[in-house]
Design a protein around this ligand. Structure first.
Ligand SMILES: Cc1ncc(C[n+]2csc(CCOP(=O)(O)OP(=O)(O)O)c2C)c(N)n1
Ligand code: SF4
Ligand SMILES: [Mg+2]
Length: 363
């Protein structure tokens, strides 16, 4: 006899456009949060760095998923820093997988729960099944296994927490490291002054285009309600879902620890990260259009990993950002077009250097 598999339905949090607000000018609360569940399946007491973006993402995703959840984590910071011997922050079942097998392990969990429920060996309902893999795992070493799981359409949420490097082994370059991002494998020097020459891999678009039956979305830790609602939509979707989340790495990117959430907004406002959702029913992308468009320097200047960039590198980055604005259907304002010219950056730098040094001390 086969038993029916009952699936959970998680209600969405009220958003009301406030998650998209970028400043208080519009009378909206910049870091608005609705009533959240009290449960915290990723509790305090882990050993990630202060300001760790992936830890913030883990907390919001698991808060949104709730107590009836099972989690897997491939090797990376979020495995190592969260599983010191005899100590774990999880209040829900969690398992480590090798870095290459986040997709296959999670497929097995989803198929296993389905089979056990059908045979009457697990009382159900079908739990929320989540795997959260780093960018090194999801976009590189474990890409094949996640793609396989999406292709076979296992009912689980596959998340890539993207800190744009192989952080855990010493901040090495990964396919999602941005152009000019300095890592221990892409140091800047005479031969390659920009550090990294290649642009980042567009992982989420690969996943959406290659697996059009899946729910696919991107988000950042700068938009907590968006992150939690996309987690819930991915879990409510019957079948495979993929969520790509921008998560700053304080140690690897070298910025002030309190700026993680701010970076999650600025990367979007500077056109370097698009927030969107792909709806498999309509087969359409829905792009978020931020109300503010900034020069890329507003974002780059906050991080030590970009401190070596020369005017021509900054201009290249602005060209890429302007292309991204067009790709999501937004106009490029003239001031951002002007910043495609390296000369403009050279002059701005000279003006900055020619200012009196004691201007900030009452002169
Ligand atoms: C097959 C394999 N190659 C290399 C490693 C070494 N390794 C452990 S963690 C890690 C970094 C993973 O990077 P990412 O997935 O981006 O997670 P992060 O550390 O950035 O959180 C690497 C390379 C490994 N465990 N297995
Ligand atoms: S190295 Fe980066 S990703 Fe790893 S725990 Fe520290 S801040 Fe988080
Ligand atoms: Mg990483």
């Amino acid at each position: 006899m086969a038993f029916e598999v009952h699936r959970q339905h998680l209600p969405l949090f009220e958003d009301d456009g406030r998650a998209a607000a970028t400043d208080d000018e519009h009378g909206r609360d910049r870091h608005y949060l609705p009533e959240l569940p009290a449960e915290d399946p990723y509790a305090a007491g882990h050993r990630t760095c202060a300001g760790c973006g992936p830890a913030i993402q883990y907390r919001w995703v698991l808060k949104a998923a709730g107590g009836d959840t099972v989690v897997a984590g491939p090797t990376g910071c979020m495995y190592v820093a969260n599983s010191t011997y005899l100590c774990t922050p999880y209040t829900v079942p969690w398992a480590h997988t090798p870095i290459a097998s986040g997709g296959s392990f999670t497929s097995g969990m989803a198929a296993g729960y389905e089979a056990m429920i059908r045979k009457g060996r697990y009382p159900g309902p079908f739990p929320n099944i989540v795997v959260m893999a780093g960018d090194g795992s999801a976009s590189d070493i474990g890409l094949g296994s996640i793609s396989g799981a999406l292709y076979r359409n296992h009912d689980a949420l596959f998340v890539c927490y993207d800190n744009e490097c192989y952080a855990n082994t010493g901040i090495q370059v990964s396919p999602t490291t941005p152009y000019a991002g300095m890592t221990t494998f892409t140091p800047f020097g005479k031969a390659i002054p920009e550090g990294k020459k290649l642009p980042p891999k567009n992982l989420a678009k690969m996943m959406a285009e290659g697996h059009p039956h899946c729910y696919v979305a991107t988000t950042t830790v700068g938009y907590p309600v968006d992150l939690m609602n996309k987690t819930r939509k991915g879990l409510n979707h019957v079948g495979a879902a993929f969520l790509h989340c921008y998560t700053p790495c304080q140690k690897g990117w070298v910025y002030q620890t309190s700026m993680t959430v701010e970076l999650g907004r600025r990367v979007v406002e500077s056109g370097l990260w698009a927030v969107w959702e792909y709806d498999p029913e309509e087969r359409k992308y829905h792009y978020f259009h931020p109300p503010v468009q900034r020069p890329v320097t507003d974002y780059l200047a906050m991080q030590g990993r970009f401190g070596h960039m020369l005017p021509e590198h900054v201009a290249n980055m602005q060209v890429a950002a302007n292309q991204n604005w067009q790709d999501i259907g937004m106009d490029v304002p003239q001031n951002l077009r002007d910043l495609e010219d390296p000369e403009r950056h050279r002059r701005l730098k000279e003006e900055e250097y020619s200012m009196p040094l004691n201007r900030g001390v009452g002169a």
